[in-house]
Design a protein around this ligand. Structure first.
Ligand SMILES: [Zn+2]
Ligand SMILES: [Zn+2]
Ligand SMILES: [Zn+2]
Length: 148
């Protein structure tokens, strides 16, 4: 089985399995994050007997391996997103329509000074995700509100 997903897994030295490739191709179809349950429903078309725990485990393995992103949502559920952008970047997440946009901006540089001076520590890694409402959803909201 040779395709772009097996190449991605191989590069990160992760085991290549048909289920992992299916998960990546499901997540890669759209720029929207998905819940494990949604992915599970789509997986069942190909893997009839697959259980939700298997999907959870594979998603976590892929997230640990750096292939997919965990999306931290205000509803406290965990979602996942596949992004093929290999440069260091962050994500803007629309909590209304679930669309994810790449953010080519990293606040680390601005925080380094603060951490070294105020906390007297050093940064090893950071998590930065912006939750918001995308422009499409904002337009829908304002048209529904009727006050333009
Ligand atoms: Zn939106
Ligand atoms: Zn991205
Ligand atoms: Zn960053």
């Amino acid at each position: 089985m040779k395709n772009k997903y097996s190449d991605i897994l191989k590069k990160l030295k992760l085991k290549i399995t048909p289920k992992r490739i299916e998960i990546l191709s499901i997540l890669d179809r759209e720029n929207y994050f998905k819940s494990p349950e949604e992915i599970w429903q789509l997986m069942k078309k190909r893997f009839k007997k697959i259980g939700l725990p298997t999907v959870y485990r594979n998603l976590e393995d892929l997230a640990e391996g750096g292939v997919i992103f965990r999306i931290i949502h205000p509803d406290r559920q965990l979602y996942y997103y596949f992004c093929n952008n290999k440069d260091h970047h962050h994500h803007f997440v629309c909590i209304s329509c679930k669309r994810v946009s790449d953010v080519d901006y990293c606040p680390e540089k601005e925080v380094i000074n603060y951490v070294s001076k105020r906390i007297k520590g050093k940064i090893i890694s950071h998590i930065f995700q912006i939750n918001g409402i995308c422009n499409v959803c904002m337009n829908i909201e304002s048209s529904l509100g009727g006050t333009k």
